[in-house]
Design a protein around this ligand. Structure first.
Ligand code: AMO
Length: 435
């Protein structure tokens, strides 16, 4: 009969003989007794080896294993008041599944500060640290929560192409690829497709997928590939309906992470503060005033920029709000698909900002064919380049609006992480294409 296979979470005193599997995190040889810390997904467990009671060959082999080797150990579970789990395993046999080379390219438990580049170059080791892995457990939970709240609100999940003949968010940030001799582009956003779907009856959709931006900027909030959570909904009365929907979604996700992610938040030593509701709805004009009062001389029409967003964030924090909308941006600064605010130079657009940083943008779309074509021309675009998209507006298109949220930005702000790269397993930026 084979022994029960247990892990550091399920093993109990009284289990008798068990098998546990994991990485040799650390070995301490104290003469008459040796200790091995074995790590698995859930934590660590102590293997105790009293020299006199253990087969000499086994003792010699197991206590000289290089750190991070992978083993499968069989032994008896004994109570112990010296360990965190209150138990230890006395090995009677083991299988070396994979011997680790030494020295390691970087340590797993060493307390030395390792540069981010070194960590990212050796991400497979970096991710062995529980506090690094916890971020990705939370990201996984975040996607689950998004699926729950979207399904609850009758949104269907869709998957749109990531290679296409045209972009939606401006030519400068497109990556081109060779598509059988023709030029194609990686999707910057599912914008055109999610809007086209509004003409089909799939009138509430969402997508969680990679988006690619050829932005040659090395900042702590930009990467060239991120996960975009997009939503689009029809039959809206105004962009207020879209903002209300986002507020409900974001609140659900943050609460869910706080409650159901508690185990990982503990590993990270972080606490999530759920932002106060309702999320205030500021206008661009109001923010411009805040920014000017804060000493940054921006003019009407200027982008608030990182510095402007930060000033608004500070003012809002003083008022007790970490999450707020900034609406009605100048129409000239917004893409062609955004609806203009009649008779003004503003538009039905908004950003959602969290602690002084944009995490989402969206708005009401121009669904009237003639006005959409006019808007394209005004912004210097050739409507003929968007034929497949415009066709969907010619044969019956409901009023609609939507948003795109960079899920890494949301996670980074929620956990107060210093860099968006912390929330991406294998980040891509202008100087990183590997691993
Ligand atoms: P936008 O271009 O503002 O809007 O992008 C939406 C959100 O995506 C995230 N994001 C990024 N995250 C990391 N690195 C980047 N380089 C990067 N660029 C964008 C941000 C941003 O708020 N189609 C519209 C959305 C819509 O109107 O539905 C769009 O893509 O969190």
């Amino acid at each position: 009969m084979s022994n029960a296979v247990k892990n550091s979470k399920t093993v109990k005193v009284g289990d008798g003989i068990v098998t546990v599997k994991g990485w040799v995190q650390d070995t301490r040889n104290l003469g008459g007794i040796s200790f091995i810390v074995l790590r698995d997904r859930f934590g660590t467990i102590q293997l105790t080896l009293p020299k006199k009671k253990i087969d000499p060959e086994l003792f010699g082999e197991i206590t000289t294993l290089p750190r991070e080797s992978v083993i499968s150990v069989t032994g008896e579970v004994k109570e112990s008041n010296q360990t965190e789990l209150g138990l230890e395993i006395i090995p009677s046999g083991f299988v070396l599944e994979s011997k680790a080379d030494s020295p390691l390219p970087m340590g797993v438990i060493d307390k030395v500060n390792v540069e981010m580049d070194t960590r990212l170059n050796n991400r497979f080791i970096d991710l062995r640290k529980p506090e690094i892995r916890a971020i990705f457990e939370l990201k996984s939970l975040m996607v689950k929560l998004l699926n729950e709240v979207m399904t609850e609100n009758q949104f269907s999940q869709v998957f749109t192409p990531k290679m296409s003949a045209s972009g939606a968010e401006g030519g400068a940030s497109l990556f081109s690829v060779d598509y059988f001799g023709k030029e194609a582009y990686l999707a910057q956003s599912p914008q055109l497709y999610k809007q086209m779907l509004m003409s089909t009856g799939l009138d509430r959709i969402f997508e969680i997928a990679p988006a690619f931006r050829a932005e040659n900027s090395n900042t702590n909030r930009h990467v060239t590939e991120f996960i975009s959570f997009d939503g689009e909904m029809s039959w809206i009365e105004s962009m207020d309906d879209v903002m209300a929907m986002i507020e409900e979604i974001v609140d659900y996700v943050i609460r869910g992470l706080k409650e159901r992610g508690a185990e990982y938040l503990k590993v990270l030593d972080k606490e999530i503060v759920v932002p106060s509701r309702p999320y205030p709805r500021l206008t661009y004009a109001e923010c411009l005033k805040m920014v000017n009062d804060g000493g940054l001389p921006l003019k009407d029409g200027d982008d608030l920029g990182t510095e402007g967003e930060k000033i608004v964030g500070d003012v809002m924090a003083e008022r007790g709000y970490e999450m707020y909308f900034i609406a009605e941006y100048p129409e000239e600064a917004k893409p062609f698909y955004i609806m203009e605010k009649d008779g003004t130079s503003y538009s039905y657009s908004f950003d959602l900002d969290y602690k002084g940083q944009e995490i989402s943008s969206g708005g009401q779309r121009e669904h009237r064919y003639d006005l959409l074509v006019k808007r394209m021309e005004k912004l210097g675009l050739n409507p003929e380049d968007f034929g497949f998209y415009l066709d969907a507006f010619r044969y019956g298109m409901p009023p609609h609006g939507g948003w795109g949220i960079g899920i890494e930005r949301l996670l980074v702000k929620m956990l107060d992480l210093p860099n968006i790269r912390e929330a991406i397993l294998f980040p891509r930026d202008p100087s990183r294409l590997s691993p």
